[in-house]
Write a protein that binds this ligand. Structure first.
Ligand code: NAD
Length: 366
């Protein structure tokens, strides 16, 4: 998982529940080295270095899998994939998946008939994706943009690719800060929502020449490509909030560039032949974790309550579970929401007996 203070607290919670824990990173650029050091000092082994290359990243995954874990918490399914390829014989009780892209990969494994142990799609709990992906990614992605560029969003044209939970959060928050938001979508329902929520709806080709800032959050590949870079404004800024660094085709951008230089922390400038400059934040990796600190604890508490309860649920129900992708039962989801409301000091109303009866009846109409 991402090596952040919130993950450290999830691990402390699991340890308090009796588990031994060990951590490697779920993204090469999301590790906070000071957090890793503090975790090690607290007796929790961590195999992660911010900026590690792909070989080191996978060596670190091997190091945690060498401990023969019963349960694997994953974020993006890279460790899970290793457990289905190079380590396909290693016994595992079950897994938990934190993010949309990981769940998509797991469902593809299940569809191919290769998934070999139960995995819980924690991302799909309402208390996870409706809050973490929307409010967490919405705020922290803009946090990453602001920390690395210090631009004013008011009056800028911000292009958001993907209007799922993350894209909704980014677009809504950017509009709140005064940006003119344009959305790129391929799903007609999501596209219609974007339009009716006050944003412009454009194709990537239409958006490319008008955007000041582009943020991708699709979980898909090559949303911004060569033909788009060729028509972008001088000074256009590109960032990605999706799980993998494939949404912006940086290889193509590098091919078009005659010069590259680092302008400030997490901000690189590509100069094209005609002198136009395109700026890329955090190497096209998760902007909120690469250029800021990820989601605040105030929302990760929900996601990680789901993770911890999912782990317990997996252990308790292990005899009934097969090699499938599961979602957590609704009562656990609601319990997490109740706890959060309580922690926020908010008042939740309850149904009267009359209301309960009414809602369960069919004979009281006009
Ligand atoms: N940065 C973070 O901290 C963070 C947090 C949660 C999720 N994520 C990641 O963000 C990505 C999006 O997650 P989500 O939960 O919003 O997913 P989602 O499935 O709710 O939304 C993705 C949207 O992108 C659209 N899309 C797909 N291909 C497209 C294309 N070529 N052009 C335009 N639109 C396209 C889909 O139609 C969908 O509406 C995933 O990779 C996920 O793992 C990142």
């Amino acid at each position: 998982m991402h090596v952040t203070t919130e993950t450290a607290n999830l691990m402390r919670t699991l340890r308090a529940g009796g588990a031994s824990v060990v951590l490697s990173a779920s993204n090469p650029l999301s590790t906070q080295d000071d957090v890793a050091a503090a975790m090690v000092a607290d007796g929790m082994p961590v195999y992660a270095i911010r900026g590690e290359d792909a070989d080191t990243f996978y060596r670190h995954i091997d190091a945690i899998l060498d401990t023969e874990p019963h349960i694997v918490f994953d974020d993006g399914a890279d460790a899970t994939t290793v457990l289905h390829q190079a380590r396909a014989e290693q016994p595992v009780l079950g897994g938990l998946e934190e993010t949309t892209t990981g769940v998509i990969r797991l469902r593809a494994m299940a569809a191919d008939g290769v998934l070999r142990y139960p995995v819980i799609a924690v991302n799909d709990s309402d208390t996870k994706h409706l809050f973490d992906n929307r409010h967490g990614t919405g705020q922290s992605s803009l946090d990453g943009v602001l920390r690395s560029t210090n631009i004013l969003l008011a009056g800028k044209t911000v292009v958001v690719a993907g209007y799922g939970d993350c894209g909704w959060g980014i677009a809504t928050r950017a509009a709140g800060l005064g940006a003119n938001v344009a959305v790129i979508e391929v799903n007609p329902i999501r596209a219609l929502s974007a339009l009716m929520e006050g944003h412009r709806l454009l194709t990537a080709d239409e958006a490319a020449p008008i955007g000041d800032l582009f943020l991708t959050a699709t979980g898909d590949i090559h949303i911004l490509r060569s033909e788009h870079f060729k028509v972008m404004k001088d000074g256009a800024i590109l960032a990605n909030a999706g799980h993998f660094d494939v949404e912006i085709d940086l290889e193509a951008l590098d091919g078009l560039a005659v010069e590259r230089r680092v302008l400030r922390d997490n901000l690189e400038e590509y100069v094209l032949e005609d002198g136009r400059r395109i700026l890329v934040i955090a190497e096209g990796r998760l902007v909120n974790l690469g250029a800021a600190e990820g989601h605040p604890a105030d929302v990760m508490d929900l996601s990680f309550a789901d993770q911890a309860l999912a782990a317990e649920w997996l252990v308790v129900n292990q005899d009934e579970l097969g090699p499938e992708v599961y979602t957590l039962p609704d009562d656990l989801d609601e319990e997490v929401a109740r706890l959060k409301l309580e922690a926020m000091g908010a008042s939740l109303d309850t149904l009267t007996e009359e209301q309960e009866r009414y809602l369960a009846s069919w004979d009281q109409g006009t």
